[in-house]
Design a protein. Structure first.
Length: 398
């Protein structure tokens, strides 16, 4: 049976799926985007990127007239190709354990439309063993498929660059699946690295967890120095300056977003000893907003009656993505402490936010929540400012 699409990206309207779809279309492939959000698909067809991604607005405008991009909210689009890339992750439940419900639903959803002999590639970070689980469930539905796990490795906002510059891990348990996946990603990636599916699953989890643990070390060091009354900017400069072995020590800041915390908890659930290092990293990183509120409460004799402004509600700088942002946790804790809180962000769309001018005018205390470049030249004057990122030009301040 002939195929009129070279591949279909399931979840192709999201932060991982859409840049990948555009990159393959740019390379000349006929790409289908399957997404359950019709509103997102309508924006894509209209040439409107649904989120910030460097270079994506221009690339979308370039690709649409070629006809190489097809969008649909109907699973039948999967039957128009022999290659399906699945971009849905394994969330953690309220007990911080992995939930397989999303993949159980996905198998039930795609199996009726999936072609026998198709190549199915899982792309998002998953709990170890998910690839085998999906392959087994599809086989139980009578389908013979090749399955690979090829984790995304890009930093949000830099996908279109890093899809071409970073090596692509090809996790496959058969040579046939590996060859097909390598042929596909070889179109984009500088090189490929072959592993088994479970090795690739762990490689992705280890990568994100390692980053999360490094951020926890940085935040713990900051809190230790702050409690000792020491200027951490000077400490960090002394550690790093002309000393290569400490070059990878990050500065402090909110370690948030949709991946790092979740993936660390998935790894914790996977290990027999519950991964105490990962659990400790979670406590440090998730506890940083509470540390800031507690420090302000002690320093200022209470926050009742004070107005606190938060600058930046995205989970990181130069992003409009507020998923799992610790700025929102900070907001909640400040309100519980009795403060009036006003928040702003140049990119995040949220009815609860106000203008930058309003935040600057009304706030007794300013807290940098996300280090957007737009805040680097603010007329702060002698205001009471909390900048744990050290991004406002006056060092790390609490």
């Amino acid at each position: 049976m002939s195929s009129d699409l070279d591949l279909v990206v399931l979840g192709g309207g999201g932060h991982v799926g859409l840049p990948l779809s555009l990159a393959f279309a740019k390379a000349g492939l006929r790409v289908g985007i399957y997404d359950t959000s019709q509103a997102t698909l309508d924006r894509i067809v209209a040439g409107d990127m649904p989120f910030m991604e460097n270079g994506a607005d221009e690339l979308l405008a370039e690709i649409l007239p070629t006809g190489r991009l097809t969008v649909s909210s109907d699973a039948e689009i999967l039957g128009r190709t022999q290659t399906v890339v699945v971009v849905i992750g394994t969330p953690v439940d309220e007990f911080l354990g992995p939930s397989m419900t999303v993949f159980e639903r996905a198998v039930e959803q795609i199996a009726p439309s999936l072609r026998d002999g198709a190549l199915v590639i899982l792309r998002s970070t998953v709990y170890p063993g998910t690839s085998e689980f999906v392959a087994r469930r599809l086989a139980e539905r009578g389908l013979t498929i090749d399955l690979a796990f090829c984790p995304e490795r890009i930093a949000e906002g830099h996908a279109l660059e890093e899809l071409h510059t970073l090596p692509q891990i090809i996790g496959a348990d058969t040579d046939a699946a590996a060859a097909r996946a390598e042929a596909l990603f070889g179109i984009l990636a500088a090189r490929t690295i072959r592993t088994t599916t479970k090795e690739a699953e762990l490689a992705k989890l280890f990568t994100n967890t390692w980053r999360y643990m490094k951020f926890a070390v940085a935040n713990q060091f900051f809190m230790i120095a702050d409690q000792a009354g020491v200027n951490y900017t000077n400490v960090l400069q002394a550690i790093r300056q002309d000393y290569p072995r400490a070059a990878d020590l990050p500065g402090p800041g909110f370690a948030a977003g949709p991946c790092l915390f979740k993936d660390t908890m998935q790894l914790s659930a996977f290990t027999s000893d519950h991964f105490p290092l990962g659990q400790s990293a979670m406590q440090v990183n998730e506890g940083l907003p509470a540390y800031i509120v507690s420090a302000l409460d002690r320093r200022d004799g209470g926050l009742v009656g004070k107005t606190v402004g938060i600058l930046g509600m995205a989970f990181k700088g130069e992003s409009d993505d507020s998923r799992a942002s610790l700025s929102y946790k900070l907001r909640k804790l400040l309100i519980w402490a009795g403060a009036r809180v006003v928040c702003t962000d140049p990119y995040v769309v949220d009815d609860r936010l106000t203008t930058l001018d309003c935040v600057l005018e009304e706030s007794d205390i300013l807290i940098l929540g996300a280090p957007h470049r737009a805040y680097s030249a603010l007329p702060i004057g002698g205001r009471d400012v909390v900048d744990i990122w050290g991004a406002l030009g006056d060092g790390i301040r609490l």
